[in-house]
Design a protein around this ligand. Sequence first.
Ligand code: B12
Length: 280
Amino acid sequence: MSATEPTLLTLQEAADIVGCHYQTLYRRVRKGEVPALVAGGSYRISRADLDVWLHERDATAGAVPQRAERDWPRQSDALIASLITGDAHTARQQIDRLVGGGATVAELCDVLFAPVLYRIGELWHMQELSIADEHRASRIIEGLLERASSARPKPGPRVGTAVVATAVGDRHSLAAQMVAAGLQAEGFRVNYLGAELPVAEILTMAQREHADLVALSCCVAEREGISEAVRTLADAGFPVMVGGSGIGRAEALELGATRYGGSIADAQTFARELVRNKPR
Ligand code: B12
């Protein structure tokens, strides 16, 4: 290669540098967040572009997980193996070890649980896992998330109140549960409402609890529920944060969201900003 030729990395090579699973990077590339080009039928990322992206990412103090010291791809493989066999006990032990070693809730969600769920989805799509296998795996992850989230509660008074849900038409509660766990780890009092809630119910809860923030997760292409929810909550004056694999930044902002987040770390960054700017 000549000195002027850019170094092009495969997704796996770039993911190793970032310290995330290659599927996480793949998702960011697909969303246009990480610049990439297609060569020989697969994505390539220039080393220079990756360095710029990493620099910007790290400069936004915790906006996405810092480079992991842990071997997350290996952790993902181990967790997938436990989930596929329905071995909740081994999965719990793995999470206890990670939490004991200092892994944060955001890290677990963004670099372990989410990539593992995408993989489960792929296996399901390829009919290598049944619907029952997928349901069992989702249920085990719900339990792991609860466990990780209650392991190290943030001490001190609550810094704010949040309402977290998915809109009508979206049954994917797990991503919302991750947001709830992430905000709780930031010291928020979280009213987690689960999936598919009519907007009138979300609004009433937000008003009654004097919510500082409403977070909505969206994992589907269906738009009626999320559009109505964002519009109604924003019109009522609540900061509305939207995220999830079903929606991108531009669309979320167009619907009227105050902020878009692509990760649990993003949710936490916005929550911290809200607290900093809260009138005393
Ligand atoms: C598990 C699963 C289910 C479970 C959900 C269990 C549960 N309790 O959540 C069940 C079985 C219920 C289910 C049902 C269906 N599902 Co489904 N499901 C999945 C699967 C495998 C994983 C979803 C998940 O939890 N992902 C992990 C989350 C955490 O990832 P994420 O959304 O990217 O979230 C991360 C960030 O985006 C961010 N984030 C997320 N939300 C928010 C919010 C805020 C505010 C912020 C800041 C950040 C943030 O943080 C997270 C962590 O990093 C996906 C596959 C996939 N590729 O995701 C399909 C998938 C989402 N399902 C899909 C479909 C089609 C369905 C069904 C229609 C299937 C059917 N024919 O019945 C139904 C019903 C859908 C409905 N109406 O809601 C499609 C959606 C396609 C689309 N664009 O519409 C997918 C993508 C699978 C596919 N490739 O076709 N599903």
